[in-house]
Design a protein around this ligand. Structure first.
Ligand code: FMN
Length: 325
């Protein structure tokens, strides 16, 4: 399947693995890229720019296909050294960057000068248009369903994607709630040139996370995510657990008085304990509603091949209806 996205990134299938904290290591990115999609290393998971440079080199050893690095601009406790991160990406010869969280205008000129393709992930049409205006090559349109940060507008993809298609000139991929061939065909129908997945890729053999995390996604239904940190205007969709229910109780009790310090125990520094040690109640971790559609733990190649075969079947079936009418 050739689309504007496969052409832009030089990949075989229009499927991207979004950056994921403590999941997007070289093993994950290389597995997705080797399967014909675009894998992504999560820049901020690496403790220093030198660590990121090493992770990029490791990924290059594991695949000769293109892969991306995610650079997230989010409120964090200690601001990362973004110039050094960008330098590591450029010097590492990376060809694609996924930016997210905030307007990437300050880093864009350096990436563009180095010939790097930039896809900006955003949750609203106005931010997508801004990304287009400042020179991003593509956008990843992240609907309310998504795992991670859905923004504050709460617009699901059935509305957001066609709205993006009506306004944008640059290509975009759907993101949030995507799992299978049906998702891909629906995304194409709504004007996207491919799809981005997060949660679905965690439940794969190669995802370098504890088995408990994969099993939690397989076991979860579409009812098992919660929105946290809305009072701080930093909304995150997470898998529910004891820590999340405690966090929500604090939000309810403190109302407008809530400060980040009040919930630090449930959200700060919890990812290593969850993703690496498999301590599933350690705190809040991002997970999409799409967990309800995830029922197995295939390899990335099995997953991507299955998505493409299913997309063909769906297209044939939809075409059939059209012919019947
Ligand atoms: C565990 C996890 C961690 C994530 N971490 C990041 C991150 O660090 N930066 C980012 O831009 N997006 C992050 N995301 C969002 C994903 O890249 C992707 O946009 C999202 O998962 C899409 O929704 P889906 O989970 O329904 O597929 C994360 C998602 C998950 C599930």
């Amino acid at each position: 399947m050739k689309t504007a996205i496969t052409e832009l990134f030089g990949i075989e299938h229009p499927i991207i693995q979004g950056g994921m904290h403590y999941v997007g290591f070289a093993e994950m990115a290389a597995a997705v890229s080797n399967a014909g999609g675009l894998g992504t290393i999560t820049g901020l998971t690496q403790k220093t720019p030198q660590d990121l440079a090493n992770e990029i080199a490791k990924c290059r050893d594991m695949t000769d296909k293109p892969f991306a690095v995610n650079v997230t601009f989010l409120p964090t406790v200690n601001a990362p050294d973004y110039p050094a991160i960008i330098k590591a990406i450029i010097e590492g010869g990376v060809k694609a960057v996924e930016t997210a969280g905030n307007n990437p205008v300050q880093v864009l000129p350096y990436l563009k000068d180095a010939g790097i393709k930039v896809i900006h992930k955003c949750t609203s049409v106005r931010h997508a248009l801004k990304a287009q205006e400042i020179g991003c090559d593509a956008v990843s349109v992240d609907g309310f369903e998504c795992g991670g940060h859905p923004g504050e507008d709460d617009i699901p993809n059935f509305i957001l994607l066609p709205r993006a298609a009506d306004e944008l000139e640059i290509p975009f991929v759907s993101s949030g709630g995507m799992a299978d061939g049906r998702s891909l065909v629906a995304s194409l129908a709504m004007g996207a040139a491919g799809m981005n997945m997060g949660t679905r890729f965690i439940a794969t053999k190669e995802a370098p996370v504890h088995e408990n995390v994969k099993q939690a996604i397989v076991d979860a239904s579409e009812l098992d995510t919660r929105l946290v940190m809305r009072p701080l205007r930093n909304t995150e969709r997470v898998m529910t657990n004891d820590a999340v229910e405690r966090l929500l109780e604090k939000e309810k009790r403190l109302g407008d008085e809530l400060k980040f310090e009040d919930i630090i125990e449930e959200v700060a520094g919890v990812y290593p304990r969850i993703m690496m040690e498999g301590n599933m109640d350690a705190g809040a971790w991002s997970c999409g509603m799409v967990a309800g559609l995830v029922n197995d733990i295939p390899t990335c190649k099995e997953l991507i091949d299955r998505i493409m075969a299913e997309a063909d079947e769906v297209l044939a079936r939809v075409g059939g209806y059209q012919n019947a009418a």
